[in-house]
Design a protein around this ligand. Structure first.
Ligand code: JFZ
Length: 541
């Protein structure tokens, strides 16, 4: 079905080009013209999909963020667990030993696709190669791959792509083009010219991925920098040449992506234009981690899906599968809960347009599709909701999840809509009211909301190093080098202490005045304070 549709669209394309040209657009090269005209076409499925699954999985999953008993994970304020090859300064030979343990007996890609489908996700993106350079696919150009360096000896990407194709799931591959700590420089940032041999490796491996696995819908490039524009351009050209319909993520760099990626774990703010994707972890780390208990709740995540759709952004939710290939129980239960909500409320998410306003209402926001307006009540639900910005006649108002009628008043399209929510019955995490209009929605933007919710960048951690000055059982001051912080102490606060090679969870009464600590805290949430006894504060940046 999908293929037939695409062919029809491709046949029409030349006609559209001619029409645009004769309409007097400024002179452009053929390449630019065809590219700008196919962007909308290429992005159509992605825009409608709205919700996808990100997967970070590789050799690092087996380390779980811990090296020699030291926790290097995001919950300790360092980089996420998939960075451990760099952050723990592991030697190649020692890291290769972990590849020798990478034998995911329970890897079942059709189960993965099923979890994604059940959750209501429409595309998936798996790390074909992350910064550690380990290829989860068969590559002729490096033996640092799952077939040659691990006992598993099967092409994981092939199995994953096949499972997606079979289930009609859109397939994405994450490919770290900029950073490869195995074949290129092993540093956090490298703005120096790249080695020609490395650029050739990228060319060859990207070509393998786009040649050997059938249709790939999206390549998720990451961390591209303008200083390496030649690399970024090469990658863009390879994708365009080998699979012209394949979408390119914004993080390819040099402005060459098809859409815009926001920062890590940053939820889109209201009023996004164009193609935008928010990416989010389910806990702090992207990849599997032994010690990260910071799970977001199903409710939090459902609100994020609702908010991002209202803000005109896609939402890519991350899973970090276990070393054995299965998802964690925490992930499974959240995906199931999300799926239950999506099943009843998906009409307000898929193939919708975000709200046309710059701001939001304290009760939430909306999406539109044809003659429907969906009010997403992710905020404080009022007894009476007034909506003067709508300039269309409402024929019906219903709870989307149940179809139950909702009481409203509106004389005509010129009078303000009033919805009565005092008797609303909903057990939905985010209740959605579906308005059926007598025509396509028309809004008076001047009457729209101008309230801007705070930027949500989820579960970031800040760090401060210093010495505990005084302990009196009810509070202590941590005197830091440039700031003085005060944290109150009580027995409900959990502290994470690193002592030598073991990690100990303890309460504040075990802290000793006069000793140096590195404190990792969540701004605004001092009750999730974690304290690391710092052996080497320089590691924590
Ligand atoms: C990158 C990776 O380094 C990380 O391991 C993970 O794969 C994540 C999805 O992407 O990390 C980034 C990339 C960009 C920003 C921050 C972290 N950013 O733009 O803020």
């Amino acid at each position: 079905m999908r293929l037939i549709k695409r062919c029809t669209a491709a046949k029409w394309l030349p006609v559209v080009l001619v029409l645009l040209n004769s309409a007097g657009t400024p002179a452009q090269t053929t390449a630019e013209l065809s590219d700008s005209n196919t962007l909308q076409q290429r992005m159509a499925w992605w825009k409608d999909a709205r919700f996808g699954m990100f997967l970070h999985w590789g050799v690092y999953a087996g380390l779980g963020g811990v090296w020699n008993g030291t926790d290097y994970g995001k919950e300790m304020g360092d980089a996420s667990s998939e960075w451990i090859f760099l952050t723990a300064a592991i030697q190649k030979q020692a890291y290769r030993k972990y590849a020798e343990k990478f034998n995911p007996k329970n890897f079942d890609p059709s189960a993965w696709v099923n979890y994604a489908k059940q959750a209501g996700m429409k595309y998936m993106v798996l790390t074909a190669k992350h910064h550690d350079g380990f290829a989860l696919f068969d590559t002729k150009y490096s033996n640092w791959n799952v077939l040659q360096a691990s006992p598993y000896k099967k092409d994981i990407i092939r199995a994953y792509v096949n499972a997606c194709h079979q289930a009609g799931m859109r397939v994405g591959l994450y490919f770290s083009h900029e950073k490869d700590w195995y074949h290129s420089k092993k540093v956090r940032h490298n703005a120096e010219p790249l080695q020609q041999s490395y650029i050739e490796l990228v060319r060859k491996q990207l070509t393998e991925l786009l040649t050997n696995y059938g249709k790939i819908d999206l390549i998720w490039f990451d961390m591209g920098i303008n200083a390496h524009e030649n690399l970024n351009l090469m990658c863009r050209d390879i994708v365009r040449k080998l699979q012209p319909d394949c979408i390119i993520s914004g993080r390819i760099g040099s402005g060459l992506g098809d859409y815009r990626n926001l920062g890590d774990r940053e939820l889109a703010p209201p009023g996004m234009n164009g193609f935008v994707e928010s990416i989010m972890t389910l806990r702090l780390n992207w990849a599997y981690d032994n010690n990260d208990a910071n799970w977001k709740s199903s409710t939090e995540v459902i609100k994020m899906i609702s908010k991002t759709a209202c803000r005109n952004s896609n939402f890519l939710l991350n899973i970090g599968p276990q070393p054995d290939g299965d998802f964690t129980p925490e992930e499974k239960i959240r995906l199931a809960n999300i799926g239950a909500w999506m099943k009843n409320n998906g009409d307000a998410i898929y193939a919708t347009q975000g709200a046309p306003f710059k701001g939001e209402y304290p009760w939430g926001s909306l999406t539109t599709a044809g003659n429907k307006v969906y009010l997403h009540l992710f905020g404080d639900i009022p007894k009476t909701l007034r909506f003067p910005a709508l300039r269309s006649k409402v024929d019906a108002a219903q709870m989307l999840s149940s179809g139950q009628a909702v009481a409203f008043e509106q004389a005509d399209e010129h009078s303000s809509l009033t919805i009565h929510l005092d008797s609303m019955i909903s057990n939905s995490v985010v209740p959605i009211i579906a308005l059926t209009l007598d025509s396509v929605a028309n809004f008076d933007l001047a009457k729209g909301p101008d309230w801007l919710p705070p930027i949500e960048r989820h579960q970031t951690r800040k760090q401060i190093s210093g010495v505990v000055e005084n302990m009196n059982g009810s509070g202590f001051d941590l005197k830091a080098t440039d700031t003085t912080m005060h944290f109150s102490l009580n027995e409900n606060i959990e502290y994470r202490l690193q002592k030598g090679t073991t990690i100990e969870i303890t309460n504040g009464f075990n802290l000793i005045a006069g000793k140096p600590y590195t404190v990792v805290y969540e701004p605004g949430l001092s009750n999730v304070l974690k304290i690391i006894l710092s052996k080497n504060p320089a590691r924590h940046r």
